[in-house]
Write a protein that binds this ligand. Sequence first.
Ligand SMILES: Nc1ncnc2c1ncn2[C@@H]1O[C@H](COP(=O)(O)OP(=O)(O)O)[C@@H](O)[C@H]1O
Ligand SMILES: [Mg+2]
Length: 273
Amino acid sequence: MLDAGRTETLLEVNNIEVIYNHVILVLKGVSLSVPKGGITALLGGNGAGKTTTLKAISNLLHSERGEVTKGSIVYKGERVQDLDPAALVKKGVIQVMEGRHCFEHLTVEENLMTGAFTRRDGKAAVERDLEMVYEYFPRLRERRKSQAGYTSGGEQQMCAIGRALMSRPEMILLDEPSMGLAPQLVEQIFEIVRAVNEGEGVSFLLAEQNTNVALRYAHQGYILENGRVVMDGPAADLRENPDVKEFYLGMSDEGRRSFRDVRSYRRRKRWLA
Ligand SMILES: Nc1ncnc2c1ncn2[C@@H]1O[C@H](COP(=O)(O)OP(=O)(O)O)[C@@H](O)[C@H]1O
Ligand SMILES: [Mg+2]
């Protein structure tokens, strides 16, 4: 469990600005910190800048013609924004991309094994971790010989997270794990994230549009809007915050609102000028 008083900060993002194609300013000064051992949620609607933030951290922006033009990204006291993604994986930070990318033509087990490619600690250790992944994801054990392209969306998400675990990470950047999955499956994936967090001590920074589920599993959260952090705090506080309830959880003290109601109320947001 996370103890706010004694935790070490793993990752610090300080006031970063990201520009695509030299002109499109997408992140306008985003700062956040991820404590060791915790689950931190990065929340916000479609286009808020969640994926851009994660890609800035793991140095995946170049292929998108994006660039961090201001600010710094520090992992365990070291500036990491000039490293390549593979070097960051060696330092223990790995990203699971939005849309659960698996190698479709490989089996589930082969996919998991590709996650271990940067490791140099031998076959026995890798075999042990494969077993560890199967314990967290019994479904993947059942499907180990299946070609990944023929497994369900939920199984592919599990496979993508399992593959990340095979690199023995200290921290996983997880982008929209709930995307396109049925609610029951979303719950199952988050249960596993929690179990991995508690059982292996892996820290998570997870981007989610599904505020409701993310705030039930995260320890702390940041809400992004239009490339800026508009609110942050312990997950329990955010869950109780009237604005978060109204605009992100779709309910308020007057009762549950429909999505359309929430949209029309957006105009009088209290925390934005
Ligand atoms: N490669 C890109 N080139 C130009 N604009 C982009 C690119 N990728 C994302 N954007 C824009 O950046 C903004 C934030 O996108 P993104 O980080 O994907 O948000 P989120 O993950 O919160 O949905 C959006 O307005 C999006 O259109
Ligand atoms: Mg995204």
